[in-house]
Design a binder for this molecule. Sequence first.
Ligand SMILES: Cc1cc2nc3c(=O)[nH]c(=O)nc-3n(C[C@H](O)[C@H](O)[C@H](O)COP(=O)(O)OP(=O)(O)OC[C@H]3O[C@@H](n4cnc5c(N)ncnc54)[C@H](O)[C@@H]3O)c2cc1C
Length: 403
Amino acid sequence: MTTTANPTTAGTLTGGYDLPWAFDPEHLQWRDTVRRFVADRVEPGAARRSIDSRFDPELVRQAGELGMFGLLVDPEYGGAGADLRTLCLAVEELATVDSSLAVTVHVQSICASLLQHLAKGRPELLREILPGAATGETFISIGLTEPSGGSDAGNIATTARRDGDDWVVNGAKQFITNSGTPFSKYVILMCAVGDNRNGRPPVSAFLVPLDAPGVTVGGGYPKLGWRSSDTHPLFFDDVRVPADALLSEPGRGYRDVLEFLTWARLPIAAMSAGLASGCLSDTMRFVEERASFGRPLGAHQGVAFQVADVAALAATARTLTYDGAWKYDHGMPIKEAAATAKLVASEAANKAAYIATQLQGGYGFVEETATTRHYQDARILTVGEGTSEVQRMLIARSLGLSV
Ligand SMILES: Cc1cc2nc3c(=O)[nH]c(=O)nc-3n(C[C@H](O)[C@H](O)[C@H](O)COP(=O)(O)OP(=O)(O)OC[C@H]3O[C@@H](n4cnc5c(N)ncnc54)[C@H](O)[C@@H]3O)c2cc1C
């Protein structure tokens, strides 16, 4: 049997879905740069880091040197001022072998971009924080999800109460990415700032230093996937922050943060495309190398059809991701496109990972293989940045259904 499979597992195997309409030459140059970084620096230790659940500060530092964390930061604050497709290409390539590093880059990118958006009238604050955020020396996290639930994002129990010139914060957040690394310095924290109106509290965003008295970063969660990413609970006990920690007008936080972050579903869709593509590369290698009944596995039609399904799932995820990202980069509305891309791509990645592990038989169940890691990492893709059910809710609403 002959194939054109990429012999390594690094790099996006697109199955012909190169999407020439979606990219400028600069995008493709950047993709090749990331692809080399993935092959040289990321892939070699990916299995070990995941098995050991080890966040690797040195790898993060190298990703920072490449400019991964400052893609969306304006050049005047030390970033690249790049577009969303550039970020999607970076996390897609990373996720072909290491979804943990991909989500580390994703979260830092959305938080730096969010701070830039919320504090756009405050250049002194941006000059203080964003250059470090762009290099990865200063991690910012986002604290939205609470122990009582994340899907109902406006229903926030963490409070910020005005006390003289200060605000006093009390409450807890759960599952917060990038909050306990050696680089972690701030959390953009969503807090209720008054009594309920129509059953919902008015919400605002605050910039809270993680070393402020009263902030406790809880122990890291043992996780099924994204094992070498960093995730902690955060606790706030009478945390006093100055008036200028307030980043959005009282009551406008939901709109200022969550509506701005609609685009953040697209890098998760890109990660899903990368993961599905990683499954495809690893499966192609496996079905060529392994034989049964006197033939390579891939020469059995029942196997080949399943590999074809993985290729089609990866292509679907890619196409929807870059349709949404292209629209965003051209100033078009993306609410429905981002929800659809996130829903379909993350579900496709899970199907691809299921097929890939099945095709690897017992090898698909042992931790050293890339496919096993993809299977573990795929599970969160239908949950983070809004579950599949939340995406369906958004799509249904855009169709005019009142759910
Ligand atoms: C590794 C990891 C990293 C994360 N990083 C961050 C982070 O950095 N910052 C942050 O704020 N959050 C983060 N999260 C939280 C994540 O966004 C939430 O887990 C997610 O939004 C779902 O919230 P939940 O877990 O509370 O589930 P719930 O909201 O309790 O939902 C439970 C289930 O019920 C379903 N459901 C809920 N309501 C409905 C409904 N009306 N109709 C149908 N189904 C419904 C959901 O789809 C889900 O399947 C992270 C989570 C993980 C696991």
